[in-house]
Every structure is written in C-alpha cells, then in structure tokens.
Design a protein around this ligand. Sequence first.
Ligand SMILES: Cc1ncc(COP(=O)(O)O)c(C=O)c1O
Length: 455
Amino acid sequence: MGPSYMKSRRYAKVAPVLPGRKASEVVKKTREYVSPSIDRFYPLAVESAHGSLVRDVDGNQFIDFSSGIAVLNTGSTHPKVVQAIKQQAEKFVHFSYTDFYYENIVELSKQLISLTPGNFGKMVYYGNSGAEANEAAMKLARNYTKRTLFLAHSGAFHGRTFGALSLTASKPIQRKNAFPLVPEVIHFPFPYCYRCPWKQTFPECDYYCIDYFKEQYLDKFVPVEDVAAYFFEPIQGEGGYVPAPPEYFKRMEFLRKDGVLFADDEIQSGMGRTGRFFAIEHFGVVPDIVSVAKGIASGLPLSATVAKSDVMKSWEPGQHASTFGANPVAVQAALATLQVVKSERLIENARRLGKKAMKRLQEMKEKYEIVGDVRGSGLFIGVEIVKDKKTKERGVEEAEQIIQYCFHHGLLAITAGRNTIRVIPPLNTSEDVLSEGLDILEEAISETNKASMKG
Ligand SMILES: Cc1ncc(COP(=O)(O)O)c(C=O)c1O
C-alpha cells in the first residue's frame, strides 16, 4: 500500500510524515558512514527523478525548484542526454585525455569557444568540478601574468579546494581551521544594492562602491600591477543570489588597462539559466577567462576553463592536467546538453518562465511583510526573507521554516546565503509544474508570515 497523502496535488504528492521509513534509514546510514562536513537542507532520499519531478525512496513525489543545485538545467534524465551517455558508455568510458586523444573533446571545445563571449581565439582546459575550473583559472592567470595577487568579492563562492577556497568568502564555516590559504587574495565588497555596505541607494549612488574600491584599496595597499586576475560571479550564487547593478563590470574594466585578467565564474549562472547563455552577457563585458561547470553535462561531472588563446598558450605541456578531466561520457553528455538547450529553446524558456515566476514573486513581495527583496534574471531568482521590511533584519529562521514547509508539502526549495530562497527549477519545467511549485512556495511564505506577525 502506498502512503496516504496529506495533500495530493496534481504533481506534489507527499505523506503526512516525512521522512518515511526508508528515507529515515538512508539518512541514518549516511550519517554513520559519510563525512559529516556535508550540510543538507532536509531528509530527501532520492529514488528517481525525471524532468522537474523527483521521487523519494518512500514513493513521495516532489517538484524540483533546486535543479540539484543549478545543475539540471535540462531537467533530470533528459532522454537525449541519457541516450548520449548510454551510446558513449558502450564505446569507451575512459581513456585519459591527459595522455591520449579522442574526438568528441574537439567538438565540445569548438562549441564552448563559440558560445563564450568574445570573437577571438580561445582554448579550453577540462576538469571535473567547478572548483577545479577555478583552480585552473588561478594557476593559468598567475602563469600568464607572472603576477601573484587576486581580487575577489566578499560573498563570493568559487569552490572548496585550497585555491578556490581562497577566493571563496561566503560563509566562515567553509574556511574554518583551513588556514593558511593561498596567498594573496584581496576581497572587497560586492555591490549588494539591497544591503549596500555604504547605505547608499542605487542609482543615485552613481556606483560609489567603485570609488570606494579605488580609494581604499588601489590607492592604499593593492599595487594593481601585481594583480593577476579579478574573479567574480556576475550574479552571486551561494552569497545569496545577488546580481551586480547593470554597469558595474563595465565600470570595473579600468583594471584591464593595468593588465588585470577578468575571470568570470559562470559555474552556477551559466548554461542559459539567466536567460542568456552566460550571465556576463547581461553586462556587456567580455572576460579573458570563463569557468563553466554544474549544468554543462546535465549532471555528469565535467568543468571547462575557457581562456583567450594567448593566455592558455602560456602553459607548457605538463603544467596542468587531471586524469578524469574531459571524461568521454561526460563530454558526450555535454554535447547532448548543448543540443537540447538549442533545440528546445531553453534560454528563451528561462526568460519566459522567469518572467512569470518573477511576476508572482513580486506580488508576494507586496503582500507579505517577510519578503524583503525579489531579484534575478531568467530562472535564476532569489527571494530574500526578512523579519521586517524596514529594518531588513535577516529572516534566517523564517527562510528555514519556509523551505521546511515546502519540503513537507512536496516542493524542493533551498536557500542561498543565510536568508534567500532560490527559485531555480529546470529550464524546461512546464508552466503547470512551475505554477504548482509557486503555489506551495506562496503557502509556505504566507504561513511563515502569519507566524512571524504573531510572534
Ligand atoms: C559560482 C560557483 N563557483 C564554483 C562552485 C564550485 O563548484 P563545485 O562544487 O563543482 O566544485 C560553485 C558551487 O556551488 C559555484 O556556485
């Protein structure tokens, strides 16, 4: 007998008590055998997932607003991606690109080179994860410029390995007891307009944040001629889904006159999610290096560091490689992913669905005291929860209550930063599923809002 559903909607179907028996067992055994360094949102134990729907081991069905943390842009188990994986797996699963050649890397590289901004020669380095893409970018930038310093933002998330972690400045726990990190990374504030560190208002501020950076950093202690690269996420992800204001990166381009490379981390924001292939396209800036991972292969581990040819050519054979980089099955999955993004017009979809979601979320912002800010582009949307709209005190507990309510009502929503809820469903989610997901999210916000007003 299946579970008796407390609320059986059209798509979301969950039992009154979660986790169920089997999920509880998976959670218990995972806690026993797997590193406790991994912090999870709630006890979801996946049994299968297709498109935007996820089943757990007890037969509950959830709507996916997380995309496996911005990876499943084509949805789960897209038939074309699965077919490509199967076909390649039957031919060969591995033959390290560090030592040998195979064909599909050439095709993927050509496509990535043409998709990344900039009409000039580029080359691609492949790794397995986002962190590795940024490690390669750091090492490459130092090698090319023969400089040591990096610039990065507070709130940034670039990965958890030592190099990438040195750029990351999103939560102290991620760096706890890990020092010393890679010297020298200089962090400066991200233009988080909703919480402007200088209490300015955009656009009247006229980008005061950049004046401050020049006066307090470049004029005081950062010799720009020693800076190898400036790393940034055009829209911060783990930091709380924070888009930079429109001209920010253009106005930062003065750094390039002094030879600073622009290293654009598109790991979370790329692959069509924001309604452009790469988020930096919204800003009209052409980076020197682009890091791509997460959605690139619809869930198979693969990352790419795409750099200007003269930058990449500064490396000599043997300077950098990875056994599993450009795994042929992952590369084939990436080629299928790119084909699906194109043939199913997923970028246009992200824009169209994003507009619908944004409209509803903006209405929620008007309606509920605890919705402080709604921001983003395409299907890369953050809903910042506060205790009070005026003081903007962070609604950390409230955001937690909202995602827990969602889980218990069949929606997988997760937070970013401390108090922002991400709305990042697969880019081919149907309007019906999106709308049901937004209904559950609104119910969660409404219930939490009520409790917060009483409290
Ligand atoms: C912007 C950004 N860069 C880098 C990473 C690290 O990627 P990975 O976890 O694959 O190492 C992430 C992961 O969330 C990310 O969001």
